[in-house]
Design a binder for this molecule. Structure first.
Ligand code: 5RP
Length: 229
């Protein structure tokens, strides 16, 4: 089965899961190709929710095209659930996110949610995080110092560029992204705290405080539902 079919399958499972929530609440929705499937599949049922909060300009545009009522994250104090993809998920539900560059807003909205429902195809499940280069959103002025700090931690940092161009990819927040390859992340929670303390770091794409509560994992034999404690 192709990866895109698996993404659609987990998005369907997530749609069914959120439609089982009591009606009239506000739902958090993430960013990326799996989240896009989720948005498209949820659209016919949008009236089940009072509105949605989105983690990127791209997702907001897609949601508005479907006629969802999109609220600012500041307008809510709590969400029953946040549904989003991931780049890697480990056996504890810790994740690497930010492949699409939306990590900061994703983390903010995930922190508002009672549960993070992660939707992934099986290629994202790993024993140890770090094969996928770790995204870090930074203040542009800190590019050099953050890259040196990541080299000192044994990583191979690279400034993310706009595909096919030589200028930096700029996030929805005006930040830049450094992708750090070569990290074998044995202690994700410690590394998240450490990197967050480097001056100029806006957000590191390690999600341990905001880990997955439920993982809907798509494989050839169907969707596996994993619940983390
Ligand atoms: C965006 C993300 C995405 O959730 C992650 O990159 C997975 O994307 P996709 O669903 O396209 O595989 O973190 O910042």
């Amino acid at each position: 089965m192709e990866q895109d079919q698996l993404k659609r399958m987990v998005a369907e499972a997530a749609r069914d899961e959120v439609l089982a929530l009591p009606a009239g609440q506000v739902l958090g929705i993430g960013t990326g190709s799996t989240a896009n499937w989720f948005i498209d599949l949820l659209a016919p049922h949008k009236e089940h929710f009072a509105g949605v909060v989105s983690s990127s300009v791209a997702s907001t545009q897609r949601l508005l095209q479907h006629g969802f009522y999109v609220l600012d994250a500041n307008a809510v104090t709590e969400l029953p659930a946040y549904v989003d993809g991931a780049d890697e998920v480990d056996p504890s539900g810790y994740m690497i996110k930010g492949g699409g560059g939306a990590l900061t807003r994703e983390k903010i909205i995930a922190a508002l949610a009672q549960q993070f429902i992660c939707i992934c195809d099986q290629s994202k499940q790993v024993a140890t995080l770090g094969k996928f280069p770790l995204p870090i959103e930074i203040i542009p002025l800190a590019q050099g110092s953050v890259m040196r700090a990541m080299q000192a931690l044994g990583g191979n940092p690279c400034l993310r560029l706009i595909p096919g161009a030589s200028n930096p990819f700029v996030t929805d927040n005006g930040g830049w992204i450094i992708d750090v390859a070569g990290l074998h992340i044995a202690k994700p929670a410690e590394l998240e705290t450490l990197i967050n303390q480097i001056p100029g770091v806006i957000t590191v794409g390690l999600f341990t405080q905001q880990k997955a509560d439920v993982l809907l994992l798509g494989g050839p034999s169907g969707v596996k539902r994993i619940v983390y404690s």
